[in-house]
Design a protein around this ligand. Structure first.
Ligand SMILES: NC(=O)c1ccc[n+]([C@@H]2O[C@H](COP(=O)([O-])OP(=O)(O)OC[C@H]3O[C@@H](n4cnc5c(N)ncnc54)[C@H](O)[C@@H]3O)[C@@H](O)[C@H]2O)c1
Ligand SMILES: [Zn+2]
Ligand SMILES: [Zn+2]
Length: 395
């Protein structure tokens, strides 16, 4: 009988679904009294998981993948005060203690205590050794600080295919827009029509943007956004991005830019088929107006041995920083501090202020289909795959 089916990493483009023991509230020989065990209700496949899948972010073999986790509390530690068994909770993908200097100043994305190697922790990466949640059950530390408890169990289960995006894509995209200083009337360019870029577009609307333009080389993903009523820029075309923006706005620049691409970026136009790690960033530096701001949720890494570009192997990119500098641009980098946004974004979902189904284009799959969905995502699918490991999602 199965106990805890989990998607695990075996090597580049090699995943397995294996049955593991249900986790205990234990980590490196210590019992965690601040932790809970969750029965996972929804756990999504992310572009960040794709970096692992592509062999571009190393994790030990056997790691349980997945950092986008929503679940039901089935066990609580002695020191957990705010949660009860049966609560339905959203897990921010950042692992954070709530006690260190950075957590106390609302920077849970750079927690200083949960990863000995660097001030950054997340589930399902090699960032502190925390196992992921693409599984039937998982361990979540520092539950009182980290978790967002949904106010009503039935409502949470009813709206799960939207609320599941509170673990990462919605707050991440929204943070990109807040960092880019999007406000009522702004014009916004979002590079990347993957799930983060699509959620960022919805976030920009929520912040009152007048015009949101989303660019990608992937036509299928752009079609989803056109259908949802957004402007698009086809970056595989030979028409330069600035000219495409000019055709939409009557001016070849925007107020705000969001990079929802990261270090596996492809070039524009004739270079669409080639990986050009700085392509998305440079395109944004070019089209954001003087005095504008750029949010960069797209991931860039300190070391990328899998890159074909010698300098990018050491995390060094050819940025057009000179041209950008003279424009007094503001650039904001880093992981998203998910929990800073999750409560308000939950309300935005529950009060129908944001149309996530239109942009996320969700497909629910059983956990056994996890590896297959990674392959489809990698091939450019316009779906966002949500794993239903315990058969609890409404179809
Ligand atoms: N900062 C954070 O907290 C955080 C959280 C989640 C994801 N991420 C990162 O955000 C990035 C996007 O995530 P995702 O899940 O949407 O990934 P994704 O891989 O699904 O989407 C990236 C999209 O960018 C497109 N693209 C490639 N080159 C481009 C270019 N030059 N200009 C515009 N578009 C281009 C690709 O075709 C793809 O559709 C990834 O790097 C991911 O790791 C960061
Ligand atoms: Zn994610
Ligand atoms: Zn901390």
């Amino acid at each position: 009988m199965s106990t805890n089916l989990s998607v695990t990493y075996s090597g580049t483009r090699e995943l397995e679904v294996v049955d593991l023991p249900v986790p205990k509230r234990e980590f490196r020989g210590k019992t965690l009294e601040h932790a809970v065990i969750l029965k996972v209700i929804a756990t999504n496949i992310c572009g960040s998981d794709q970096h692992i899948y592509h062999g571009r972010f190393d994790v030990p073999k056997g790691t349980v993948l997945g950092h986008e986790i929503t679940g039901e509390v089935v066990e609580i530690g002695r020191d957990v005060e705010m949660m009860e068994v049966g609560d339905i909770v959203s897990v921010p993908f950042n692992v954070s203690c709530g006690k260190c200097r950075n957590c106390k100043t609302l920077h849970p994305e750079i927690c200083e205590t949960v990863n000995e190697a660097a001030p950054i922790g997340a589930y399902g990466f090699d960032l502190g050794g925390w196992q992921g949640g693409q599984s039937q059950f998982c361990l979540v530390p520092y539950a009182d600080f980290a978790l967002l408890k949904f106010p009503d169990r039935d409502q949470a289960l009813d709206r799960m295919l939207e609320l599941t995006y509170l673990t990462d894509n919605l707050p991440t995209g929204f943070h990109g827009c807040v960092s880019a200083q999007v406000k009522p009337g702004s014009t916004v360019y979002i590079a990347g029509a993957g799930p983060v870029g699509r959620a960022a577009a919805a976030g920009a609307r929520l912040l009152g943007a007048a015009c949101v333009i989303i660019g990608d080389q992937n036509k299928e993903r752009l079609k989803v956004m056109e259908k949802a009523g957004y402007e698009t820029a086809d970056l595989s075309s030979s028409v330069p991005l600035a000219d495409q923006i000019d055709a939409i706005l009557g001016i070849p620049e925007v107020d705000c830019g969001v990079d929802a691409v990261g270090y596996e970026a492809h070039g524009l136009g004739e270079f669409s088929d080639k990986e050009v790690p700085e392509a998305a960033l440079n395109s944004i530096l070019e089209v954001v107006r003087a005095g504008g701001a750029i949010g960069i949720p797209g991931i860039y890494v300190g070391s990328d041995p899998g890159s074909k570009h010698p300098r990018a192997k050491d995390g060094v990119l050819d940025l057009a920083i000179g041209k950008a500098w003279t424009k007094s641009l503001t650039l904001v980098t880093g992981m998203a501090p998910v929990r800073n946004y999750s409560r308000e974004l939950m309300q935005a979902i529950l009060w129908n202020r944001i149309d996530l189904p239109a942009v996320m284009n969700t497909e629910v799959i059983p956990i056994e289909q996890g590896p297959d969905a990674y392959a489809k995502y990698s091939a450019g699918s316009a779906k966002k795959f949500v794993i239903d490991p315990n058969g609890m999602l409404k179809k």
